[in-house]
Design a protein around this ligand. Sequence first.
Ligand code: FMN
Length: 339
Amino acid sequence: MNYAELLKTAREHMNGNCKACKICNGEACRGVMPGPGGKATGDGFVRAYNKLQQIKVHMDTIYEESEIDTSCNLFGHTFKYPIFAAPIAIPHIQYGEAYNSKTYNTAIINGCKSAGTLGFTCFDPVQADTLEPIINAGGWGIPTVKPWPVDVMLEQFKASEEGGLIAVATDVDGAGLALVKGMANPVGPKSVKQLEYLISSVKIPVIIKGVMTVAGAKKAAEAGAYGIVISTHGGRVQDQTPAPVEMLEEIADAVKGKIKIMIDGSIRTGVDAYKCLALGADAVLIGRPYAVMVYGGGSEAVEYYTNMIGAQLKEAMMMTGAKNLSEINKSKLFIDKSF
Ligand SMILES: Cc1cc2nc3c(=O)[nH]c(=O)nc-3n(C[C@H](O)[C@H](O)[C@H](O)COP(=O)(O)O)c2cc1C
């Protein structure tokens, strides 16, 4: 299996909305929604990519060599790499009919599990067997519930718990999703009280995805969340936002140690993942490139890609003198003055 070939096969299997670009930076798909683009001008997606590229890593290979450990502990489990697949909804409309939600999520869940990591999925509101790919993998996956009315969310949280899943997430920023606004159940903002009620109704960890401010992170912690994903939904819910990585350091300063911090948004290499870990993240999520991998080669491509990004992380750790994730810190970064 080779990455360039997977991109080529993906192009043949997709509907043209996504160009499976060599560098997935949001330029070729600005505003393409449905599809992989960022909303409106598409600036949110593009900025997330460009800001990450302004951060570089310092090399230092003068140290006593020892085994490098890329593993992380989250949700009561150990993962080979702190790299997870982000949820993607309705792939048949966004990327093409070669996959539907069920076959897509099956490829993500199984491919990530084989690579020793984990996939997030979208909790489909109409598909009765939406949790099946995760349940079949022994609960090894995290469904993401949209900010529907609280009673609908509660049902989906409970179903996740009853299915024996590792955790459940909710993408609170889905309040801004034009594609689902008109559906039977409206999406909208949720109060701390509502989130607290939902979180205390289940025993599994709850992750709040789509937090972009210190205030938001503190509210998530107050509601009892296990963790947050600093995210703009890939620039798909609001135009002209800062890049998630621009908010990472100050959010980490405020809530690190109180709740787990994950981040996504244009993370494209193991070195990008390294930069986020150095700024305070416990793990990263990657979205669009995983979709391209599914269309390029199903679960095997997902596994291949995860190991490729994981190997890049391990190489960056070797080149910067970090033996494990706790040794990755800000001193290892060179941040461009214009960041
Ligand atoms: C086509 C598409 C569909 C998505 N659907 C969802 C979704 O249902 N729920 C969610 O929380 N995030 C969804 N996202 C956002 C991703 O999970 C992720 O936050 C975002 O893509 C940023 O990562 P990336 O730049 O690596 O793609 C979607 C993104 C794309 C491109």
